[in-house]
Write a protein that binds this ligand. Sequence first.
Ligand code: PBE
Length: 299
Amino acid sequence: MKKLKTIGLVTATALSLLLAGCGSDKNENKETTSISEQLDYTFIGIEPGTGAMELANNALNEYDNFKGWTISDSSTAGMLTLLDAAIAKKEPIIVLGWNPHWMFASYELKYLEDPKGVFGTESENINTIVRKDLKEDMPEAYEILDRFYWETTDMEAVMAEAQKSSFEEAAKNWIEANKDRVNEWIAGVNKVNGTELKLISLPWDSEDASANVMKQVLEQQGYKVTITPVDPAIMFQSIATGEGDASLAPWLPATHRSFYERYQKDIVDLGENLTGARTGLVVPSYMDIDSIEDLEAKK
Ligand code: PBE
């Protein structure tokens, strides 16, 4: 139900963008209409409540040339649908994007430069966080979670394979093919007998990939693991309150900064499990702009 409503909104936005793009003046052509005007001073966002949307809102406030702009909030699926449609017609579009994500393998895209560093000034990582007493309560799981680290290419491999099968299947195959790496995470760690462990995750492919790999690794060690995907704020909150045991999903230092700062003192941060992530404004490479500062404020 909620999904349908979102799609309705997205369609309305697409239509208004399309109408705006056509213009009413017959003499108007694409040379004289700026990209910002063609976009009706709107870029395409994702789910409200995400770290990426928070940064996008910050960008609207920080850049003078975003004066009069709006973000159409959407869903990840809605954003991808609009991106696909725009690329099919070679029309301009600006979306809120990130990687690791398959959009960069499927389309030729570029990030708009962000001279003010609103989307982060350092490289973005994905960290592992656990609840405060986990080390005492489940030292074996704590040790494995602490050692867990993989590359963006690993995560992308699981994400790509999962498109054709499932995250369970893709995670299983990745573990099979990377026994040496997995052995480093579990070497010398004692097995347990059915201890329940709650992984708190986020409802995106990147997090489905890491959570499913960790679930199976911990299950091989004797844990009974559940994965619960929630909104970013709830993810931090549930680790802080101890309702959840661990999460492999915080994007830091930029994307989830405000959530992290709020809960930092009540969680244990085990550091990055992946480096080289990124969030930002993304356009098809055929677009003739390179920076957020190439955009124009609404007149
Ligand atoms: N994301 C993907 C999420 C986290 C994972 C970047 C879209 C966000 O909170 O923005």
